[in-house]
Write a new protein. Structure first.
Length: 275
């Protein structure tokens, strides 16, 4: 059964889930992610689905290594549990959005200003992880579009030198939904940081990773979804459950812990893990 309300090129559909394991913003913490993966593997059951809620990149010491961890664990759970590729979803977060924009920096109107802002937001860690230099980037951005284009081309080559990383970036989805649970008659919506509840799902665009304030104040269902689950909280408040929301972010990459939660098909948190 296809989900009736989404563009599956932009929004992943997790089909026939018994449970869904959701992993919060990793922010380049590859070692913590490896430990979390080992914990999840001990609890993973046939019929479970897996979703990364964005921000694999950024802030922490090893963003490229975190991508390697995601790719390896994705292969492992699919192979071990007889799953399909679509049973694992990976969302775009603000860090992945900035990285994609950085790789096209020569198209920006004020590339040096844009790069400076991105560096302040955490992209410096990803840049260093792929062998790039913020100082070289700023110099290229100030030298004109040709120099900037050469610098971003070298970065793209560096990404392609890591097997699967370019494909990882191209396969990211803006959000994910589950097929409606037959027993409960409702679906779940997974996002990176939030959404604008005044707008339909198809018109959210950047609202998923640059949300307006108010996620914690959602007090009624959004469309037909039983619950909205997000993986980035600016305040890094941990696992916080509202009646119609779940916020999941322990502050990985920013001095805190990396969280995962397992939800049943109706949206109840049945397990949680922290490293």
């Amino acid at each position: 059964m296809s989900h009736p309300i989404v563009d599956t090129d932009k929004i992943a559909v997790l089909r026939h889930p018994q449970r869904v394991w959701a992993i919060a913003s990793v922010h380049g913490e590859s070692a913590k992610l490896a430990r979390l993966h080992r914990e999840i593997a001990q609890h993973y059951q046939t019929g479970d689905r897996l979703i990364y809620l964005g921000n694999i990149l950024g802030h922490g010491a090893d963003p490229a290594g975190a991508v390697d961890q995601v790719l390896a664990f994705r292969r492992a759970v699919i192979g071990t549990h007889g799953m399909f590729a679509g049973d694992v979803a990976i969302l775009r977060g603000a860090q992945e959005e900035m990285w994609q924009k950085l790789l096209q920096l020569q198209l920006a109107l004020n590339p040096a200003e844009v790069l400076s802002w991105m560096l302040d937001q955490g992209v410096a860690a990803t840049l260093a992880s792929y062998g790039g230099s913020a100082a070289d980037g700023l110099a290229a951005a100030r030298s004109g579009s040709a120099a900037c284009a050469r610098w971003t081309a070298a970065l793209r080559d560096a990404v392609h030198a890591h097997p699967g990383h370019a494909q990882f970036m191209s396969a990211l989805r803006r959000a994910a939904v589950t097929e409606p649970c037959e027993r409960e008659g409702a679906a779940l919506l997974f996002v990176n940081a939030g959404l604008d509840v005044s707008r339909p799902l198809a018109t959210q665009k950047d609202s998923y990773w640059w949300p307006s304030a108010g996620f914690d104040r959602i007090c009624e269902p959004y469309g037909d979804f039983a619950r909205i689950i997000r993986g980035y909280d600016k305040r890094a408040g941990g696992l916080v459950e509202g009646l119609f929301t779940v916020s999941l972010d322990g502050g990985a990459g920013r001095g805190g812990s990396l969280l995962a939660a397992c939800l049943n098909a109706a949206g109840a948190v049945v397990e949680s893990l922290e490293v």
